[in-house]
Design a protein around this ligand. Sequence first.
Ligand code: BEZ
Ligand code: FE
Length: 286
Amino acid sequence: MRNITLDNITDAVVSSLGDDISPRNREIMVSALKHIHDFCKETKLSYKEWLEAMEWMRRAGDISDDARNEFILICDIIGVEVLVDMIDQNPTHGETVTTVLGPFYRENPLVLPHGASIVQKDFEDQETVTVRGQIRDTDGNPVAGVTVDVWEDAPNGLYEQQDPAQPDYNLRGRFETDAQGRYEFVAIRPVPYPIPYDGAAGELLNYMGHHPWRPGHIHFLIQKPGYKTLVSQIYDSETEYLDNDSVFAVKEDLIGEMKPSSGGTDLEMEFDFVIRSDAKLRMAAE
Ligand code: BEZ
Ligand code: FE
């Protein structure tokens, strides 16, 4: 098409898509092109605003590396990671709901025995909490031998890889469920913390007039061959920001209660998880 106008540019770009691209590529590109073009038209985006956005994206790229993906953080603060997770996971058989992994997971945490503490360094104002529960399948049977990775921030609001004063792998660990499907570990009551806002994601938060804070939570990554991996977070029912999480990851079913403990820690929290076997997944797909 030679005479590109405001009225025909979307069709011109859509019809330029190659004949031999996959149907899925076509579906994604047609929808993306229509929405992006409509967005520019609807907002009457100025050239200056577009250029500022391109510079902002360049800064997002510049600050990203193997350890930091600014684009995921940007998706988090506009609710896109949680949205895609909900579309993709869609728990329909009573499994525990999922939520985002976040940028602070580390591979190969220390493998710890049932009931062990993940606390390698004490903080003055900390409250210790015993976290325990059972992992069951969607038929209610306990699942033994499940790998349970947990990680959380310290009372100063920092994960250990953000804080040179914390020991390596502090406040993270890998546990395994026992014959009754039970897991147990000792942690610290998690506190709210701001997501990294020193880069392009922080600029966007400012643009949106939003704070960077997340409610206090403990992350869980629950895996066993033959079962769907569960990525989730348990939120402290008494933490701030449950109703205005900067990354929109809170779900009512993921709120746990930390109660005064009769055992060796200040608090205790019981939280059970339900995971779905691949066989059930296959049956549902058939
Ligand atoms: C987190 O929970 O660790 C997290 C999730 C999304 C963005 C930043 C942090
Ligand atoms: Fe977190």
